[in-house]
Structures are given as C-alpha cells and as structure tokens.
Design a protein around this ligand. Structure first.
Ligand code: KIV
Length: 294
C-alpha cells in the first residue's frame, strides 16, 4: 500500500501505529521500503550521523537535497519527509516557502518537517498554502540546542508542559498534517495525541503517540558510545561491521583474500602468448638499451 498524507491520517483514525525511521542513503532506503516502514525522514540529524558534526546546525538545504534525492530513488510505497535545516525557514516566510519548494522539486520529498510551535505557524501556513504538506516538530527541537542549553527532556514543569500543548494545537491549526514530539514525558505526549486530530510521531515520547521515529544508526546499534534512554537496539550492526572490517584487514595482509573462488580465469594458451610477447618486448628493450649504451 502506498503511504500518503491520507493513509497516515487513516492509520491514526483506526488506531494503527505509524512506523518512521530516518534514512540518508539509497541502499538503506531499499531495505526500509522492503520492510514496509510507513515513512522515512531525511533528518538534519544527518549532520551528526553522516557528516560528523557535533550538532545539526551546520546542515544546509543542499545537504538535505543530496541525501533526499538518493533515498527517493529507492521508494515506491514509503512516504518521504525532508527536514528543513537551521535558518532555512526561521529567516522569513519567503525563505520557508522557497526552501520547502526546493526539497520537493530537487529532493523529491513528499512533505517537509520544521522545528518550532507557535513561533513558526506563519511559515507552516505559507508552506501549506503552496500545497506542500508540513510535519511540525515540538518538544526538544535540536536546532534550538544553544537556546535550551543542551539536549534535555522538555515539558517537565507546568509552564513548559502547557506551552508544548499550546504549540501542538497551534501547529495543527496552522495546517500541519503530522507532528513530531521529541523528548516529552509519556503522559504529556499521550494527552497531546488524544487532543490532536492529526497523527503524533514520538521520539522519546512514549507509546501513547500515534507513531514512532528513531534515527536508524541508533536502533541498529551502529554507535558504540552514547545510547539515549529512549533508543532500543534492534541489532548490533556496529559490532558486526567492525568484526568484518578486522577480518578483511587480516585476510588481505595474510593473502587469504582473494581466494581461488574470487578470481577470474583466462585460457592457458592466451596467457602463454601474453607472457611470450612480454618476453619479446623485454628483449627489444634490452637491444635498444644496448645501442644507447654503445
Ligand atoms: O533530524 C532528525 O533525525 C529528527 C528526528 C530525531 C525526529 O528530527
């Protein structure tokens, strides 16, 4: 079944949970498509997972387009959302519409996601008026890391909890068709999911959300260092990749790889002729060299 804004809304209406993962490359996208994941997010988390930055702030619209276009070539049924990076929509409504348009035209995304609540509703309205579906993102918004003073759970006190609830209602009213809730206490995220008619997608927001999203390198166990509390490792791919790299390195050095079964063959007669011609040209060279020396 092809996932669209309509089917994602139907899933919420029917109490069926929505699966979403980040993805940044064609090969991984093929596997997610085959697995039946409902939606893929080209997250600006690619700044950290693919580019090695310490946060998402340096990511550009061109970075997102590059990865989004690659992923789009793998997808048939999976819904594709592209993140609007830092300063691609905060600067003006015009910038927001123009950059959202680039993510659709050049990145081949079907929707865009942007961070913020009431403060970005003007941008959400304008993008939606351009017929581009918008996913909002509230709670912990990593592009505001400097304003927040770090990656922290949001909405634990009454003021902030009410503000997140208000933000959720505001983005729905502005026309967002889905909203991401990041690092929000479970009970608050559940209440928001009940209050909104659009689907909520949680990351560190508990099981009461209408769907879940995870960064794929996190859920595959590709990083050995820090594991956020909300991440579950569904595999330990990082260890398995490292084991394979060690083994390859050792086999290249010990000459165990490539083995006979990995090599291409040539007829003995052909090879004999090649050798003979090398030998003849060796002789020619040495005759020439003799003349030079003389
Ligand atoms: O950039 C990203 O990967 C995200 C998810 C964490 C929701 O925004």
């Amino acid at each position: 079944m092809k996932n669209t804004v309509t089917t994602l809304q139907q899933m919420k209406n029917e109490g069926e949970k929505i699966s979403m993962l980040t993805c940044y490359d064609y090969t991984t996208a093929c596997l997610m498509e085959e697995a039946g994941i409902n939606a893929i997010l080209i997250g600006d988390s690619l700044g950290m997972t693919m580019m090695g930055y310490s946060d998402t702030l340096p990511v550009t619209v061109d970075d997102i387009i590059h990865h989004c276009a690659s992923v789009s070539r793998a997808l048939k049924n999976t819904f594709l959302v592209a993140d609007m990076p830092f300063m691609s929509y905060q600067t003006s409504v015009y910038d927001a519409v123009k950059n959202a348009g680039r993510l659709i035209k050049e990145g081949h995304a079907q929707a865009v996601k942007l961070e913020g609540g009431a403060s970005v509703c003007e941008q959400i309205r304008a993008i939606v008026n351009a017929d581009i579906p918008v996913v909002a993102h509230i709670g912990l918004t990593p592009q505001s890391i400097n304003a927040f003073g770090g990656f922290k759970v949001q909405g634990k006190n009454i003021e902030r909890a009410l503000q997140i609830l208000e933000d959720a209602k505001a983005v729905e009213e502005a026309g967002a068709f889905m909203v991401t809730l990041e690092c929000v206490p479970e009970e608050l995220a559940t209440l928001i999911s009940e209050e909104l008619s659009i689907p909520t997608i949680g990351i560190g927001a508990g099981s009461g959300c209408d769907g879940q999203v995870l960064v794929y390198q996190d859920m595959l166990g590709m990083f050995s260092g820090f594991k956020p509390k909300f991440v579950k490792h569904y595999a330990n791919i990082g260890e398995e990749m490292k084991r394979a790299f060690f083994e390859y390195d050792a086999e290249v050095k010990s000459k165990a790889f490539p083995a006979a079964e990995h090599n291409f063959k040539i007829d003995k007669e052909v090879m004999d002729e090649v050798r003979a011609s090398v030998h003849k040209s060796d002789l020619k060279i040495s005759e020439k060299q003799k003349k030079v020396i003389a």
